[in-house]
Ligand binder design. Structure first.
Ligand SMILES: [Zn+2]
Length: 393
């Protein structure tokens, strides 16, 4: 099994060079591929196939430095689409999908579009831009009545806040599912999104480098059921970890456009038994705790972003937007409510719950994290105007 991942990797110049002269008969001795190596690699050296087979080119966001180049072949496109179509969402020709992911550089939007094409479902692109303000997106939803909404969790929360301010009812009549990607959605957040939108929420977990890896089952679990992916969890010394042990994520893929071998992407994960899920799938379950660097230390206790989200989304009044401000002196929780108003007793209650869960004093304060005006403003004009009329006094 592992041999085919090694063979796939050796098709790229990057891996030919990296693995040159190494003994490759023991999988555990194959060196990890780091984020830094992929970032610094020349774009074409990462190609796993002839350029004639390439369908699309993408890049990672580059928020932490130089972006990584990522290639997808036409065969990859088919596989990415199939991964979504075979999931419990059961995407089909009667679906109309409203897709809010950006088509600029990133790959998630394309994966959903490819799946729509292959399933013969209808597709609406309202990628985040000056045109697709929350009020415009809600307008289009009311006009077209889509059956599936595809978005980042943060945007779904913002959109629900906009609907409240505009007096619109969500979900629209036909909406049957929401698909989220690009952000962590721990159980408490999934439950909250389902309450907010009134439909089941599914997750797609993947990265630009690896493609879509896993889709949640109807019970919200990422089963390791993708035959084109091999997953490992290792400790900081690179030793393999067993079930129920949190560690570093290591991924190998058979992606033709750009294979990766033992890629340690700096995410924290854990693998659990999958037989007890009850959805019908029995493969082990992957728990994604987010990026390794996204954690907060309070009095010697570590809270990952996953832990923090599970706390915030269980508050009696879940905020529309929120963030923690950490400093040596104190911990502040900035938040914005769904109706934009502040209720002092509720704020005091929130502080008490956070203090209890985090084990230290927390100061909560309300602010316009998302400018209120941006939630209700119509679409922006984006075309250059050659004629400007000025009305005479
Ligand atoms: Zn399941």
């Amino acid at each position: 099994l592992k041999e085919k991942f090694l063979q796939a990797a050796l098709k790229s110049d990057f891996y030919k060079k990296k693995l040159d002269g190494l003994r490759l008969d023991h999988w555990e001795e194959i060196p990890f591929t780091t984020k830094k190596e992929l970032r610094e690699a020349e774009a074409y050296s990462l190609l796993g196939t002839d350029i004639a087979n390439i369908a699309t080119y993408h890049e990672t966001s580059g928020t932490t430095g130089k972006p990584t180049s990522c290639w997808y072949s036409h065969a990859d496109v088919m596989r990415e689409a199939k991964n979504l179509i075979d999931s419990d969402v059961a995407l089909n020709e009667n679906d109309l999908v409203l897709n809010r992911f950006t088509f600029t550089v990133a790959v998630a939007s394309f994966i959903f579009y490819w799946a729509c094409q292959q399933a013969r479902a209808g597709h609406i692109c309202l990628a985040k831009s000056a045109v697709s303000t929350p009020s415009r997106v809600l307008d289009v939803m009311m006009r077209t009545n889509p059956s599936i909404l595809v978005d980042i969790a943060y945007e779904l929360e913002r959109l629900a806040g906009a609907a409240k301010r505009l007096g619109l009812t969500i979900p629209n009549a036909n909406l049957r599912a929401i698909w989220v990607a690009g952000e962590m959605v721990p159980p408490a957040r999934k439950k909250w999104l389902e309450k907010l939108w009134g439909v089941p929420v599914f997750g797609l977990f993947g990265t630009t480098e690896t493609g879509g890896l896993f889709v949640t089952c109807k019970n919200g679990h990422f089963h390791l059921d993708n035959p084109n992916v091999f997953v490992e969890v290792v400790d900081d010394e690179g030793r393999p970890l067993g079930f129920n042990e949190r560690g570093n994520f290591v991924i190998s893929t058979l992606r033709e456009g750009m294979p990766v071998l033992r890629y340690a992407n700096e995410d924290l994960v854990e693998i659990r038994e999958g037989t007890e899920c009850g959805c019908g799938r029995t493969e082990p379950i992957l728990i994604h705790y987010g990026r390794k660097e996204d954690f907060m230390e309070v009095n010697g206790r570590i809270f990952t972003l996953y832990d923090l989200m599970n706390i915030v989304y269980e508050l009696p009044d879940v905020p529309m937007a929120w963030r923690f401000h950490v400093s040596n002196q104190d911990l502040k929780f900035e938040y914005q409510t769904y109706d934009g108003t502040v209720d002092d007793p509720k704020r005091t209650e929130m502080e008490a719950i956070l203090r209890d869960k985090l084990g230290c004093k927390v100061q909560a304060y309300h602010s316009e994290i998302i400018p209120e005006a941006s939630l209700v403003q119509p679409s922006a004009l984006t075309k250059f105007a050659y004629l400007i009329r000025q009305s005479r006094q």
